[in-house]
Design a protein around this ligand. Structure first.
Ligand code: ZN
Ligand code: ZN
Length: 1020
């Protein structure tokens, strides 16, 4: 006997019981025990940053990490699935800063780095619990008992070891370069971080006059005579002209040291009426005169190329303090015009203002042209005091003050506003500054070709990511900006000599550090974090000076990219653990990780081992709300995963996420959509299952002891054929890392099973005698449900387990203990009959058209019809329908099936109501004979009695007495059909009298006529 099953079910309740069962029986651990000796399937868990509660998009990546390993287990693999937690980095620090209400680094230093980092550790440990809870509840099977945590000493040590390998090969360097810098966070960002933070921004767009120097000009500037400079007399003979330049960042003007022109383009000296109402002489690109000065508001006085104005000297707008210029750079008395190929005449004035401290191109140009650097802004993004109104102000706040100053001094020509995309800090949304400062890099560009060719060995799902998003990213690779001027991270393991900063040593492990000459500051056990590691010093191997650690920490993406090795504390512990699990078979994350974790994994693996560290990767699309909008706290459209898990259940959420769209597509999500998916599929499976259990228990069907009869029944053969076709397709879909396809195929089958097979077969389960025909139906439905529980197990692990436990384990204690320990079903293609499948689909189509025709003719569902006439497209379709005629007769509630020849016009006959669909026509008569009307009434009565039985709480197998009282015409119909009514309703007697004492009774109207019905259970 199966455990009794209610047709009503609470999936969240059921799931809680399943979780207890899994835990109590240690099913997760047993997945590897039962597959001992099998091949290993390796999942690398991309570590989520545990700096907040997990959100709905995290559920998506976590269930994708679960579905393939579950499938592989059922296919005989031992699955390696170690959990990983990303615990370092700016996001964690920001969370703690928020908690402590800090705004800048000075407050952290004042608070104390040791205390601050302890807070960071506490914070991640607190959130980690939340992550574990969610992971557990959504059924993501992961080894959380032996996780890797990026702040663990061993993990950090492995990171050091990797840096040292790269250091020894000359791949780590410190460069004075312009880096994207977040002034709020006080640190550089890597290009992959910058790529994640572009936003639209409104900025001033200003045109500024740079007056040529009155007293000194460099005679090598060829355009000088045309501008009115007397070369012999060395003086101006006309009014001194100005160069008109354009910028969107006024604050950078305080660092201006040159103006750049395109050497090839045409430039002009023009006379123009200024916006201030005066006449002036300006130099700019010829092609932009109309746009910059206004149409017609200029007259060309002279023309020349950009090369001809190179060398012109102009007066600086702001004189820097000497300390703004780094040692070694020399500030000339005048600034000058230089040429640069990248200058275009597509916008602005064709004259670009150059501040080498604030732009990558500017910095590079400065190197080529020998320009000094002027650093007028500090690392917090504040203007360094220079006796101006904006001293100490944040650069964006300084902008309007600088504009006002320029306007008063007659330097501002005019200003506009511009909306452009500008990079913001992906974490704190502060506009990034491009800022020249020393920073540490990994020379990834030296391995660009190897990274590109290594990518060829990786299977990407969807496949267009490979050459597209990821391939592009690799092609345009720049060196990895590795260091962060922060606190909570893996410290950069580089020590520097106090006597000669050129003496540097990279330390590849803790023992190595302890063994350094005259080492000081070691406290056992060594905590490799700041500030403790900063205290450790030793003697310089070259000059005997004291070595001190460089203060930076590593980009947290380095930590996660190092996980293939660091999760095993490689090479300090059992090396084989790593070696046998490299590369991974499978990884999956959101599509944005092409520039994040996917990249850092790939880069480190190529640099260290020359080959990729993952074979298959599934990229997941973003989740948006039902209108297609991004979910955000400000919009208030964020969906809490727990809300769905607690109401609809984890399986419902999983099912919806897997099937709504392929992995790489954007996914719309709403509570209603999840409910609908649950109703359509999971509830349908449940209803079919509860139907089976109820009848199987009544008939004491035992799938283990009973002998399965050879079946000739068309419906049984058909559903088994569909089932084995399904096994084959679902198996292939999972193998191709495509749970969406697997789910969609299952959904189609569930519809066939419930809405055709079971519905068409109710009578076989219902009938009194236990014959081979009934047994055949039980076996077919049983096989479908058991197989379905296994096919669905990777997608909906809870529901599958529930079905399996009752259908399989309840009758066969020898069977595997869990559906997740059972073997994946094998398709028996000899049981597939494609012709029968096609024929049955045709029958379903004809029935669907026929139902529409009946409804068009206004015939009630329970009213039998004498005949249905079908016109098919081909003779062979007619033959197919003839063979399966009983299904059509019953489904359409008709007495006879006839076929019309192709030349007959059914639609033209008034006694029929017809509907045509796809070349197939179905006609039903509009007139019903009297004896069929009586039969219709009888069926209506049966339907009412069945409802009453249910409402009275009778068991399906209970025998009853039925009472009725009705007006004569109804009474006549009931009497003539009494045998049928009694049989259908398990009525031992059908009595024309008022309901007896204790009967359950109801009044009803049938065809406008009143009837009183009563039912009473017979004592058993
Ligand atoms: Zn920031
Ligand atoms: Zn030294």
């Amino acid at each position: 006997m199966f455990k009794p099953v209610s047709s009503k079910v609470s999936f969240p309740e059921l799931e809680k019981h399943t979780l207890e069962f899994w835990k109590g029986r240690k099913i997760l651990q047993k997945t590897n025990e039962v597959r001992q000796g099998g091949p290993e399937f390796v999942l690398y868990d991309g570590p989520p940053t545990v700096n907040g509660n997990p959100g709905i998009h995290h559920v998506l990546s976590r269930i994708y990490k679960d579905v393939i390993p579950r499938y592989k287990t059922m296919k005989g693999y031992r699955v390696f699935r170690k959990a990983g937690w990303d615990t370092h980095g700016l996001p964690v620090e920001l969370e703690v800063e928020k908690e402590l209400k800090f705004n800048n680094k000075a407050q952290i230093e004042e608070y104390g780095i040791a205390k601050f980092n302890a807070k960071c550790r506490e914070s991640v440990l607190r959130y980690l619990k939340k992550w574990e809870e969610l992971t557990d509840r959504i059924g993501f099977w992961l080894d959380m008992e032996h996780p890797y945590i990026t702040f663990d000493t061993g993990y950090v040590e492995s990171c050091w070891w990797i840096i040292k390998q790269l250091w020894e090969r000359g791949l780590v360097y410190q460069g004075y370069r312009v880096t994207p810098h977040c002034p709020r966070c006080g640190t550089s960002l890597s290009s992959h971080e910058v790529a994640q933070g572009y936003e639209d921004a409104e900025d001033p767009s200003i045109y500024i006059r740079f007056r040529l120097s009155r007293d000194a000009q460099n005679p090598s500037a060829k355009a000088l005579p045309k501008l009115g400079w007397n070369v012999q007399a060395n003086k101006w003979e006309q009014e001194v002209p100005a160069l008109l330049a354009w910028t969107t960042t006024p604050w950078t003007l305080t660092g201006n040291i040159a103006l750049a022109v395109s050497p090839k383009e045409d430039y002009a000296l023009v006379q123009s009426r200024s916006p201030q109402g005066t006449t002036e002489r300006l130099i700019m690109a010829r092609a932009l005169l109309d746009r910059a000065l206004g149409s017609g508001n200029w007259e060309i006085l002279a023309e020349f190329t950009g090369r001809d104005v190179s060398g012109l000297q102009y007066d600086r707008l702001y004189e820097p303090k000497p300390e703004f210029v780094p040692a070694g750079d020399k500030l000339p008395p005048h600034s000058r015009v230089v040429t640069a190929d990248y200058v275009s005449v597509s916008d602005g004035t064709g004259i670009v203002h150059i501040a080498p401290a604030f732009g990558e191109e500017d910095f590079d140009l400065g190197k080529v042209a020998g320009l000094p650097m002027v650093q007028s802004v500090d690392l917090d993004g504040k203007m360094i005091p220079n006796g101006k109104a904006w001293d100490g102000k944040f650069v964006k706040k300084a902008d309007p003050m600088i504009l006002e100053d320029l306007e008063q001094r007659g330097i501002l020509h005019h200003q506009e506003k511009i909306v452009h995309t500008y990079p913001f800090c992906w974490r704190c949304h502060t506009p990034l500054l491009y800022y020249a400062k020393p920073s540490w890099y990994i020379k990834t560009t030296a391995f660009r070709d190897q990274m590109v060719s290594g990518n060829r060995d990786i299977n990407w799902y969807p496949d267009y990511i490979k050459e597209g998003r990821f391939g592009d990213w690799l092609e345009h690779n720049i060196d990895w900006g590795l260091s962060r001027e922060r606190y909570w991270g893996t410290p950069l393991p580089i020590w520097r000599c106090g006597r000669d900063p050129g003496h540097m040593e990279c330390v590849g492990g803790i023992q190595e550090l302890k063994a350094k000459p005259n080492v000081t500051g070691i406290v056992d056990p060594v905590d490799p974090h700041r500030p403790f590691v900063d205290e450790i010093g030793f003697d310089c191997g070259k000059c005997g000076g004291k070595m001190k650690r460089a203060p930076e920490v590593l980009d947290a993406w380095f930590d996660s990219g190092a996980m293939p090795l660091a999760q095993f504390h490689y090479p300090f512990e059992d090396k084989a653990e790593f070696e046998t699990r490299f590369p991974a078979d499978y990884i999956t994350e959101g599509i944005d990780q092409t520039r994040g974790w996917f990249y850092t994994l790939h880069a480190l693996s190529i640099l260290l081992f020359g080959k990729p560290c993952f074979k298959n990767v599934v990229c997941l699309g973003h989740i948006v709300d039902v209108k297609g909008e991004k979910m955000s706290k400000t919009k208030g459209n964020v969906i809490d995963p727990w809300k769905i898990i607690n109401n609809q259940g984890a399986d419902a959420l999983r099912w919806y996420m897997f099937t709504t769209s392929p992995a790489g597509n954007v996914k719309r999500l709403s509570v209603d959509q999840v409910t609908e998916a649950m109703r359509k599929v999971l509830s349908t499976v449940w209803n079919t299952y509860s139907f089976f259990v109820i009848y199987a228990n009544i008939d004491q069907f035992d799938p283990v002891k009973a002998k399965r009869p050879a079946t000739t029944d068309e419906l049984d053969r058909w559903i088994i054929s569909e089932l084995h076709q399904l096994i084959d397709e679902v198996d292939k879909a999972y193998t191709n890392y495509d749970p969406t396809e697997a789910g969609r195929k299952i959904e189609e089958f569930v519809d066939y099973l419930s809405n055709w097979y079971v519905r068409r077969n109710r009578r076989r389960f219902w009938k009194g005698e236990n014959d081979t025909d009934k047994l055949s139906a039980y076996f077919a439905l049983y096989e479908c449900l058991v197989t379905l529980s296994k096919l669905m197990a990777p997608l909906t692990p809870f529901l599958s387990e529930e079905l399996y436990q009752n259908l399989v384990r309840a009758v066969d204690p020898q069977a595997p203990e869990s559906v997740h320990l059972s073997d994946f079903p094998k398709a028996d293609l000899s049981r597939v009959d494609e012709k029968l499948e096609a024929d049955t689909r045709l029958v379903m189509k004809v029935c669907s058209i026929g139902r529409a025709a009946r409804s068009k003719a206004g015939i009630k569902v329970r009213q039998p019809v004498p005949v249905v006439i079908v016109k098919t497209r081909t003779k062979s379709e007619q033959e197919s329908l003839r063979c399966l005629a009983p299904q059509i007769l019953e489904e359409l509630n008709v007495k006879a099936l006839e076929f019309a020849e192709p030349d007959v016009d059914l639609a033209g006959q008034s006694c029929y109501c017809t509907i045509e669909d796809g070349g197939c026509v179905v006609a039903v008569p509009t007139e019903i004979p009297a004896e069929l009307l009586e039969e219709g009434i009888a069926r209506e009565i049966v339907h009412r009695i069945q409802n009453m039985r249910r409402n009275a709480g009778f068991e399906i197998a209970d025998y009853i007495v039925t009472y009725y009282q009705a007006e004569p015409s109804l009474q006549k119909a009931i009497e003539s059909q009494s045998a049928y009514i009694k049989q259908e309703t398990l009525s031992k007697e059908l009595l024309n009298q008022p309901p007896a004492e204790g009967a359950f009774s109801e009044k009803a109207r049938i065809e406008g006529r009143e009837v009183t019905l009563g039912v009473k259970k017979l004592a058993t």
